[in-house]
Design a protein around this ligand. Structure first.
Ligand code: GLP
Length: 270
């Protein structure tokens, strides 16, 4: 496993700083493999929460390469993706269904009925029941062994967007249908061609089910993430920076960042 150039501690969470994003992605992939292997050895299965976006693509490439080399099987792995635009067809290349198929599911031996992504074809009247059922499926699977997260420039995790809400309420947010924040829509325009074409709503795993994972791995790379990484890990904890809510479960959280994303972090504490 590549070793971090330094490890910081802020508010109880570990921040592993790597020389560059590829090294961080190697370490993240190795961590995922460890979780898969120990889950399969100890309880016959591993349950992963997975993220999309540009950040985790090299991780999926590494997992696929290990599978192709005969070193890694997904036969006993169950996955739950964090989010999906709403509404969108799974066949739409901009959907996270299609992304996951391109990056991972289409190249490994995961059982299709264990690779869960929100169904964004459900009529709106059934969306609340669908996402509640998704939370119940995760609980029935014994919870997430590991949740992998990226972070939006506005601090979103999944599509839990910044909002004015008391922290206690934000920590209890369940999976739900949400409106995307303007910064999220601007960033998503790279996938949709232009901002007006971005689907403005999404289904997202809630803050509460994310925080229930046994361990949480957060990835952030590049200078454009430096400020929000610092606000998330140094605090204060606020629903206006959803990733700061991870401070409520600090011992379960590891950040893996590159030097660029760590540049506003200082030397850390502890
Ligand atoms: C996307 C996803 C998030 C992701 C984030 C960062 O919109 N909904 O789950 O973590 O934004 O994306 P990127 O990795 O491309 O910077």
């Amino acid at each position: 496993m590549p070793t971090p150039v330094r490890v910081l501690e802020w508010n109880g969470a570990s921040i592993w700083v790597f020389a560059d994003a590829p090294s961080a992605c190697c370490a993240a992939a190795d961590r995922i493999v460890q979780v898969i292997q120990s889950g399969v050895n100890n309880r016959g299965k591993a349950v992963l929460g997975l993220a999309t976006g540009a950040t985790p693509i090299p991780i999926y490439e590494r997992l696929v390469a290990q599978h192709r080399a005969g070193e890694l099987s997904f036969a006993d792995v169950t996955t739950y993706n964090l989010d999906e635009y709403y509404p969108i067809s799974p066949a739409d290349p901009r959907s996270y269904h299609a992304y996951m198929h391109r990056q991972l599911f289409g190249h490994v031996d995961i059982a299709p009925n264990r690779a869960h992504v929100f169904d964004s074809t459900v009529p709106e009247a059934f969306a609340a029941e669908h996402v509640a059922q998704y939370d119940r499926w995760i609980a029935a699977d014994g919870g997430l062994d590991l949740q992998v997260l990226g972070i939006g420039r506005n601090g979103h995790i999944g599509f839990n967007e910044p909002e004015e809400l008391p922290v206690e309420e934000a920590l209890r947010l369940p999976s739900r249908l949400v409106d995307l924040h303007p910064v999220t829509r601007a960033d998503a325009s790279r996938d949709f061609g232009a901002e007006p074409q971005v689907i403005p709503r999404a289904l997202t795993l809630g803050v509460a089910p994310i925080l229930s994972a046994c361990s949480i791995l957060v990835l952030a790379f590049g200078t454009q993430k430096a400020e929000i990484v610092a606000r998330s890990v140094r605090g204060p904890m606020t629903a206006l920076v959803p990733a700061s809510l991870l401070q409520s479960v600090p011992r379960r959280v590891t950040w893996m960042v590159d030097e660029a994303a760590a540049q506003a972090l200082g030397t850390g504490r502890g």
